[in-house]
Design a protein around this ligand. Structure first.
Ligand SMILES: Nc1ncnc2c1ncn2[C@@H]1O[C@H](COP(=O)(O)OP(=O)(O)OP(=O)(O)O)[C@@H](O)[C@H]1O
Length: 707
């Protein structure tokens, strides 16, 4: 390996010199500020190259693949990096962009044989691989060189040493790119065709979020002439999550992708028309709360396609009755029949949204009136008839409906005879009348908004990513589809992490059925890269009885500490918890989450830790930023996040009784941990953990009593 190291060291110096030279040359060219379009385009190109060279300067590449195309005797070493760099002199690539077709070899090659192929714009290229090498470079220094394949040598087996090295690293407060270790099954998703909707069911830590972000970077590279980053959107479950993933795309050289929660995005269409969105299922995660089945049925119905269809039918009724039945008569004896006006509205302007049609009809009526008035010029010298006619037109237009999304929705919900499959509970109707709305009202409101106002081109998307899609309702997706006519969707989630009883889906069919039959691709990611084997095995057992055919996670072979189950006395809990946290920090752990059952408990524990001299960030549902370090967080807010160490406190039966919701909550909480997982309780541990305890504790494990 020393020889390989020396070889790469020498090669790196050459590469760095070439990159530096190009940088100096480009930096020496003054910016063009003139009006010449060609010069402007050239200047833009130079600026883009400069940006790329600056990225390449620190860590120019991460992999090397020696590949000989069939028909060539010698292999060519291909260096793969985050951005491509061209050798000016030889007009050949110095570093190949990881998204380029040939770079797919690096990810798809598994070493079972020496043969490999990739699809280039000219067709399939086949050849032989001689070497696959990972090269970790930090700040222009080689840190590590690992050969995962050398032709003619016995392969090291299934363990990807470089991947394990990467997975063993500490995490900071942001999700990071994985270009150097993208796995084959992930690469297939990243490079999947653009206009086929993809639905991905993936176990916790399988890289769903990360892969979706890499897919955006790939699409922008591959279709740079057709797609723009500003027309891409990522829907995430909450604002803190948006913050948490916000570094990955810039790291990949992609800027300006829109990132929203569904609520923030939808709400923006209404200006001041809507009141603030309230938590509608406030007791969702309250302890010991009972669920009102009538409420539950109503909330689930509101997210369903059946409700969507009912709203759509109401809009068809509105359209049919939009034009008043009586004709327009500007003066005695002159009549424009209602049928004619309806024909304009229903046929000639049918491509417009309803309110636009109304505007068009009004403008046309005005034109019609002008023509008719011209004929009257001689008998109406003082303009008396004109005045009266205009007055009648205004009165006539007032007879047209003036719906707003809000008024139409309210009217429908409060109409007793409205034919809903599930009747709205009286309390809900009362709330709505007092103008109080919740998240599940936004999809129908936006649906109505689109019917009334339409969608302007700048609000449409080229590609939509929906993360944590198990929490998205079919109605939300149906609305979103109107904003992305190309059906270019990446939808990802995990049914075992569906912890919202009143919303979301229970099987992927519910969302897939929204796309034309046979057009949607469904992929499963079953390998988990985040957590150690011990943590995964422990977490799997918690949820296994509720998996209902959904695959539980397969860990990569990365062993770590056993999961610890600690019993503490209630009186000493705060002292012992602070001690555990401090011990982890002293071991060099970067991010620690102390996870509680409710938000109120998080507040209490954060205060207790502070009393013990441990400063922790309290994370609540309104939080928009994640700071890393030590956090105290309610279990249901941990979804999508990850921490080096997780301590779940008070995991007793009162807080986590044996049922599906609590099993899923614990599953989510446990699978947030990368390296260390601790379950702490001052009462008997929840029975949900019994089976798990037999799997994740390792040989040395067992319940420890802390004093
Ligand atoms: N190929 C890979 N190489 C290195 N790290 C990876 C790889 N794939 C995933 N990871 C890491 O695994 C962790 C989990 O990734 P990510 O959060 O994208 O998973 P997820 O499937 O969205 O998880 P969850 O459903 O639990 O939110 C991240 O730290 C990510 O960097």
């Amino acid at each position: 390996m020393n020889e390989a190291y020396a070889q790469e060291e020498a090669r790196l110096q050459v590469m760095l010199e070439k990159i530096e030279k190009q940088l100096v040359e480009l930096e020496g060219i003054p910016r063009y500020r003139g009006k010449d379009l060609v010069e402007q385009a050239l200047d833009n190109q130079r600026q883009n190259r400069l940006k790329q060279l600056r990225i390449a300067r620190n860590e120019p590449y991460f992999g090397r693949l020696d590949f000989a195309e069939d028909g060539k005797d010698e292999p060519t070493p291909l260096y793969i990096g985050k951005v491509g760099v061209q050798d000016d002199k030889e007009n050949a690539p110095l570093v190949i962009d990881w998204r380029a077709p040939v770079a797919s070899l690096f990810y798809s090659f598994t070493g079972e044989t020496d043969r490999a192929e990739y699809t280039s714009p000219e067709g399939v290229i086949e050849g032989t691989v001689y070497l696959k090498r990972n090269i970790a470079i930090r700040k222009q220094q080689i840190q590590r060189v690992v050969d995962s394949y050398v032709r003619g040598e016995k392969s090291s087996g299934m363990v990807d040493e470089f991947l394990l090295y990467r997975l063993g690293e500490k995490k900071d407060n942001r999700l990071r790119d994985i270009v150097s270790t993208i796995q084959h099954e992930q690469d297939q998703i990243i490079r999947a065709e653009r206009n086929i909707p993809l639905v991905i069911q993936g176990v916790p830590g399988s890289g769903k979020t990360t892969v979706a972000l890499h897919r955006l970077a790939y699409l922008l590279y591959q279709y740079q002439e057709q797609l723009r980053a500003e027309r891409f959107v990522i829907f995430a479950p909450n604002r803190m999550f948006v913050d948490y993933i916000s570094d990955v795309l810039p790291e990949l050289g992609v800027g300006d992708v829109q990132q929203f929660t569904f609520v923030d995005w939808a709400y923006d269409f209404f200006d001041d028309e809507l009141p603030p969105v309230e938590k509608e299922w406030a007791d969702e995660f309250a302890m010991g709360g009972t669920v009102d089945q009538a409420d539950l049925a109503w909330f689930r119905y509101k997210g369903s396609l059946a409700f969507h269809d009912r709203i759509a039918a109401s809009l068809t009724e509105l359209e049919a009755t939009f034009v008043p039945e009586k004709p327009f008569s500007p003066w005695e004896g002159k009549v424009l029949p209602a049928e004619e006006i309806r024909r304009w509205f229903a046929e000639e302007y049918r491509h417009y949204p309803l309110l636009k049609r109304k505007e068009r009809v009004f403008a046309r009526l005005k034109r019609w009136l002008e023509m008719e008035l011209k004929e009257l010029r001689d008998i109406d010298p003082r303009g008396k008839i004109r005045k009266q006619a205009n007055q009648r037109l205004r009165t006539y237009m007032k007879a047209w409906p003036q719906p707003t999304p809000w008024s139409w929705y309210l009217r429908l919900i409060s109409t007793k005879s409205a034919e809903f499959d599930v009747a709205p509970p009286a309390a809900f109707v009362q709330k709505l009348k007092r103008k109080r709305i919740g998240v599940t009202d936004l999809a129908p409101l936006l649906h109505i908004h689109v019917a009334l106002h339409g969608i302007s081109n700048e609000n449409t998307f080229d590609h939509v990513v929906i993360d944590e899609a198990q929490d998205v309702s079919p109605y939300q997706l149906a609305v979103l589809q109107r904003f992305c006519q190309s059906n270019s969707f990446t939808i990802l989630g995990d049914l075992l992490q569906n912890i919202h009883v009143h919303k979301g889906i229970t099987e992927w069919r519910e969302l897939m059925d929204l796309f034309a039959k046979g057009t949607c691709r469904y992929v499963q990611l079953n390998k988990s890269y985040r957590s150690t084997m011990e943590i995964i095995q422990f977490a799997n057992e918690i949820v296994r009885d509720y998996a209902k055919g959904v695959a539980v996670a397969t860990p990569v072979y990365r062993s770590g500490d056993p999961v610890r189950m600690l019993s503490v006395s209630a009186a000493e809990r705060n002292v012992l918890l602070a001690r555990e946290v401090q011990a982890l920090i002293e071991r060099g752990v970067g991010t620690v989450a102390v996870v509680t059952r409710t938000e109120a408990e998080s507040e209490r524990i954060a205060a207790e830790l502070r009393d013990q001299g441990v400063e922790a960030h309290l994370i609540t549902s309104t939080q928009a930023e994640y700071h890393g370090g030590i956090s105290v967080i309610p279990i249901y807010l941990t979804k999508g996040m990850e921490f080096d160490a997780v301590i779940l406190v008070e995991v007793d039966e009162g807080r986590y009784p044996v049922d599906e919701l609590h099993a899923k909550l614990l599953f989510v909480g446990c699978t947030r941990a990368l390296h260390h997982l601790v379950m702490m309780s001052s009462e008997r541990h929840s029975p949900l953990l019994e089976k798990a305890a037999r799997h994740g504790l390792g040989e040395l494990g067992g319940e420890e009593v802390l004093r």
